[in-house]
Design a protein around this ligand. Structure first.
Ligand SMILES: [Zn+2]
Length: 681
């Protein structure tokens, strides 16, 4: 059909992209062709002379753009996991065109008219529950993008959206500039006192980047935290801590506060245009929480015990500090330092002793084993199929009972210069039965950034890495086990405060004794992890939770009050932050994890505005959900697992999330489990 592999039929196993044939120059023509095809499909739906029906409008819209989705699936995965100068150049050229395409789709008045006509008659269309849910979702997607606005309001909406996009970029760039500008050179042995090898290695590469022969600290959180933990130089800890907390307001010419104030004013105006009292009301329309009051209720239930615990922790730290000969008040720059001493004293949990038990290969088997026992799926590695990088590994996922293929899974575990940081799940193809031809099952990928061991040695993970591995695989299972008809409702396409349930609950199985005994095997001795070590991991789970919970929850609370501000025109960000911290009684030595001038979740895009709470919202569900398994006396209780699979992992967005949770659990979630999980009850 075409010599562009992105536009040809894919005859590869499972319809995988033909990675070995795709070159950067193939993307531009492929996007051009598939976006044109997508526009033609959508225009044809709008121009259909037949009366709108669910099938000729909503289902057709859901089916449209499969070629575009196929190309975008390859492009967005490879730009994140295996980029190159050539691919980055393509990205710069294509991103504005892709954004324009998406905005054209969401502003299509002809299609919206038909959707709206159907929505008005939705009760009399005889739709199945999943069809009704799709109609409601599609209509809401349009409405949230301003489809109901007319005339001047519609124009103003577009102008606000455009202005916000520019402000978001400025905000992120200025915070980044503050992080890059800072440099604390560690010139003498004394300057480096207390720092372990891995911090010195990182400090050396920071120095090299800045053209310094020696050691230096910048404001990357992955370096700041360990520096504050290990440096015995209190004066240097204070300098780093103060600079870190001042990001965004370090110098007048890139003070982010006026930018954030402008963003908040525009958001308030946008919410007003859409008919809401404030931005939080608007943002929560499409969330499980529904109303800001529900979020505030949850956060405040956690707040009081967390604050009390943090103050106790501070006393413990002061006691240990006094024994070490320090008599002052514990400040922000002392917390990590004395907490580490306390942790060593109380738990003697040495990361170095733990690591040999967590071999990546075995822990990958562990997550497959857990999923197999819970959800009846089997994983078989496929070798010899070309992927985009030799380290990426391919697995066929099948249903144990029927033998049917349910999906394909790619594990791309290692850090490399061509991959962005962090860990994430994505899809090359989502599950769907509303697709003309081709495969109905998904191709799911997990990306991690573990440090690869030298050839011949096993890659070892930290406890945190193990949690991350299982977390991302929880998202992976949400994609793999999806069993719905429509694309829009498949897999992880759920509400933002529900999407972390599958990932967060999956972390719990990583540390069950059954899994550790079988898979946490010492790399050198082959011995399974001893019971004392398993008990120590369990015992140390509550350590420093007061600090961590206060640092997070204060941010979540202030995010909510900021986006419900009654008078954003007169908002003074600095005064607001100070007043809110006083109102809540945020302990000074703890503080907010992200101060407002550097709070990228809120001001680098709209995704987490009035939405920083979502992790805790999902934690209520995952803690309460996992307690059901524990209470049954069997962490792999088959009946509960079957329900979780049916109502959560396989249901995608076909069910209301509160109803889905009730169907699994038999009742509404109880916040008590979260408090117990954090040791705050
Ligand atoms: Zn996640």
């Amino acid at each position: 059909m075409n010599d562009n592999p992105l536009l040809s039929a894919w005859t590869t196993p499972h319809g995988l992209p033909p990675f070995d044939a795709i070159r950067p120059e193939h993307y531009a023509p492929a996007f051009e062709a598939t976006m044109a095809e997508h526009r033609a499909e959508v225009d044809a739906i709008a121009a259909d002379p037949a009366e709108p029906t669910f099938e000729n409008t909503v289902a057709a819209l859901d089916r449209a753009g499969q070629g575009f989705a196929r190309v975008a699936g390859v492009f967005f995965n490879l730009t994140a996991s295996e980029t190159s100068d050539a691919l980055q150049a393509v990205e710069r050229e294509l991103m504005p065109k892709i954004a324009a395409h998406q905005s054209w789709l969401s502003l299509h008045e002809g299609v919206f008219k038909r959707v709206e006509a159907l929505y008005e008659r939705r009760g009399s269309l005889g739709l199945a529950p999943e069809q009704l849910r799709l109609l409601e979702r599609v209509r809401l997607d349009y409405v949230m993008e301003g489809a109901l606005l007319k005339g001047a309001a519609r124009k103003r909406y577009a102008a606000i959206a455009e202005e916000l996009a520019g402000l978001f970029t400025t905000f992120s760039q200025w915070v980044l500039a503050d992080e890059a500008a800072f440099c604390l050179e560690l010139k003498t042995d004394d300057d480096r006192a207390g720092l372990p090898e891995f911090v010195l290695d990182a400090a050396k590469s920071v120095a090299a980047d800045k053209g310094i022969d020696g050691y230096a600290i910048n404001l990357s959180p992955s370096l700041v935290d360990p520096f504050l933990t290990y440096s015995t130089r209190r004066d240097l800890r204070e300098r780093v801590w103060r600079a870190f907390k001042a990001r965004g307001e370090t110098c007048a010419e890139r003070d982010t506060k006026p930018i954030a104030e402008k963003i908040l004013r525009l958001r308030a105006e946008l919410a007003g245009l859409m008919g809401y009292a404030n931005y939080a009301d608007y943002a929560l329309v499409d969330r499980m929480a529904k109303k800001p009051a529900a979020v505030d209720d949850l956060l405040m239930r956690v707040w009081a015990p967390a604050r009390a615990r943090a103050l106790e922790e501070q006393k413990d730290l002061e006691a240990i500090a006094r024994r070490e000969g320090f008599s002052g008040t514990i400040m922000g720059w002392d917390w990590f330092f004395y907490a580490e001493k306390l942790r060593q004293e109380r738990y003697a949990l040495d990361e170095a002793a733990l690591k040999p038990y967590f071999q990546l290969e075995k822990m990958t088997d562990a997550m497959f084993d857990a999923a197999g026992r819970l959800y009846g799926v089997a994983f078989k590695e496929l070798k010899g199929v070309p992927l985009y990088h030799p380290d990426a590994r391919l697995y066929e996922v099948s249903d144990k009972a029927s033998g049917a293929i349910v999906g394909v899974f790619i594990a791309d575990s290692f850090a490399r210069p061509t991959k962005r940081g962090g860990a994430w799940m994505n899809e090359f193809r989502n599950q769907s039965r509303n697709r003309a031809g081709g495969y109905p099952y998904p191709i799911v990928i997990n990306n991690n950034n573990f440090a690869k061991a030298p050839a011949g040695k096993p890659t070892l993970l930290s406890l945190d890495d193990v949690r991350t591995l299982f977390h991302e695989f929880g998202h992976g299972l949400h994609g793999l086990l999806s069993n719905v008809t429509y694309n829009r409702l498949a897999g992880t396409n759920v509400l933002r405060d529900f999407v972390e349930l599958p990932s967060q609950i999956n972390e719990h199985w990583a540390l069950t004794p059954e899994i550790l005994k079988k898979h946490a095997v010492h790399a050198a001795t082959g011995q399974p992890m001893p019971d004392e070590l398993i008990a120590l991991i369990k015992k140390s789970e509550h350590f420093n939770q007061g600090f961590l919970t206060v640092a997070y929850t204060s941010c979540a609370l202030i995010d909510m009050s900021l986006h419900q501000h009654p008078n954003p025109d007169r908002l003074d960000l600095a005064a607001f932050e100070k007043a809110e911290c006083e109102r809540l009684g945020v302990p000074e030595a703890v503080g907010m994890r992200h101060r407002l001038p550097q709070f990228r979740h809120l001001f680098a895009d709209n995704g987490y505005a009035a939405g920083y709470y979502v992790y805790m919202w999902a934690e209520v569900l995952d803690a309460d959900g996992f307690e059901a398994f524990e209470a049954s006396g069997d962490a792999f209780n088959a009946e509960l697992a079957a329900k979780f699979k049916r109502f959560v992992l396989s249901a995608g967005n076909t069910l209301d999330p509160a109803e889905a949770y009730r169907a699994f659990r038999g009742r509404d979630p109880d916040v008590g489990a979260l408090l117990r999980g954090r040791g705050l009850s």
